[in-house]
Design a protein around this ligand. Structure first.
Ligand code: DI6
Ligand code: FE
Length: 407
């Protein structure tokens, strides 16, 4: 008999942290909950006893389930590593000084330029797999270690291919304005023109970038240079994001707001005007505890200010070889709880719903709700608050678009 209502799969007996604000419980919690999956999407969410018929029934055995994690800020594609520089910093060198001396980002640029697309993919795949093992089904990947047209396209293309190989959702961001490449050391304007007039339009034309980012900082690009890049992005029809107020206050957050950015990221040195501007333009604040930790920073992002202005807060790994060698997305939650004082619910929202919003994917993933992609993680835990407590817990099953990646 033809059964139109028969779902592909139902997972029952979950402690279901939906993160759906429409469910008026902390974490959008459904006790003894179930999800129905059809054609890769959640088709039904509710109590186990009400679950509709399905071709396949999976017993969640009372485990905690959450939306699969969203890592909305990574620099995952690069070659080499910077372990030696890390050691130098422990002996007293400062990140900005290492960068000025041609180390830092530029040493990774050198290694990345001399690697082929396939070598980059081979070097980066274990990093992506590590993020997936920690619960991520959606990962944003920035370019930014090529800094020529060809090398930036190579990185974006490698990022897209990594998503296909690993079977997760990858969003790519062109970060041509990550650092001034050495060959332009005496002509900043020419490099910014190259990014605006050639690199960015090419990435857009070839469909390689979903968004555009810049590093607005004393050791990066000025607010004026950033504005030029944002104008070029608007012309190419791409949304923007910004590394803003990480090491100093360059008023990047307000600039990002002016250009209706998806997010402003880092924000340790954000001021009240910046927070207000972000709130007015619905710019998500992406906080990056891994970089704060690795750089041994002492100025925390102003979480109370963000709360007061009702700015949505996302969290991410910032996975990169210099300032955040973090290979675990779940671990970001306890780090944000302890170092930034976020509540457990803010932590989980930051790694799911708000991370998706920071990528413009809030209608696609980050919440367990009918209609959205069936991206769900099952954890060997009981309560959602434990996700902001255990350092290094891994899910024992992960579904991406209704397909089991492991479990
Ligand atoms: N801010 C960061 O923390 C990373 N990039 C950026 O704009 C650092 C990247 C690196 O040091 O390789
Ligand atoms: Fe970053």
């Amino acid at each position: 008999m033809y059964k139109a209502q028969m779902l592909d799969a139902v997972i029952k007996h979950l402690r279901l942290a939906t993160m759906d604000p429409a469910i008026r419980e902390p974490f959008g919690l459904v006790y003894d909950g179930a999800v129905g999956i059809n054609r890769g999407r959640f088709a039904w969410v509710g109590a186990s006893r009400d679950a509709p018929p399905s071709r396949r029934v999976i017993d969640g055995r009372g485990r905690l389930a959450s939306p699969a994690l969203v890592d909305c800020h990574t620099h995952l594609v690069f070659a080499g590593d910077r372990a030696a520089e890390f050691e130098m910093r422990r002996r007293g060198a400062v990140y900005a000084d290492i960068a000025k001396a041609g180390g830092g980002i530029l040493s990774t640029v050198k290694a990345t330029r001399s690697s082929t697309r396939n070598e980059i993919i081979a070097a980066s795949l274990p990093r992506l797999r590590a993020l997936i093992a920690s619960g991520a089904a959606t990962v944003e990947i920035k370019s930014g270690y090529g800094l020529t047209i060809e090398d930036e396209m190579k990185l974006l293309d490698a990022a897209r291919e990594l998503g296909r190989i690993a079977g997760v959702r990858v969003r790519t961001t062109l970060l041509g304005a990550h650092a001034l490449p050495p060959e332009y050391a005496h002509d900043r304007a020419a490099y910014v023109r190259l990014v605006c007039e050639q690199m960015l339009p090419q990435a857009a034309l070839r469909g390689l970038a979903d968004a555009v980012d810049a590093f607005c900082e004393t050791i990066g690009f000025t607010a004026d240079e950033t504005a030029a890049i944002f104008n070029a992005a608007a012309k190419a029809g791409l949304r923007v994001k910004l590394h803003a107020e990480q090491l100093s206050n360059q008023h990047g957050a307000a600039l990002a707001a002016k250009f209706h950015a998806l997010s402003a990221d880092h924000l340790e040195h954000l001021d009240e005007a910046g927070a207000a501007a972000m709130a007015a333009a619905n710019v998500v604040a992406v906080l990056l505890p891994g970089a704060y930790f690795t750089l041994n920073e002492t100025t925390k992002p102003p979480v109370d200010l963000l709360r007061r202005h009702r700015v949505k807060i996302a969290l991410a790994t910032d996975l990169n070889p210099g300032t955040s060698p973090v290979l675990n997305a779940a671990m970001i939650m306890p780090m944000a709880a302890t170092m930034f004082g976020l509540t457990a619910e803010e932590c989980l929202a930051g790694m799911t719903r708000e991370g998706a919003r920071a990528l413009g994917l809030d209608e696609e993933t980050g919440i367990i709700r009918p209609g959205l992609a069936a991206d769900i993680a099952l954890w060997p835990l009981k309560e959602p608050g434990e996700l902001a407590y255990w350092l290094g817990v891994a899910p024992d099953a992960l579904f991406v678009g209704g397909e089991m990646r492991f479990g």
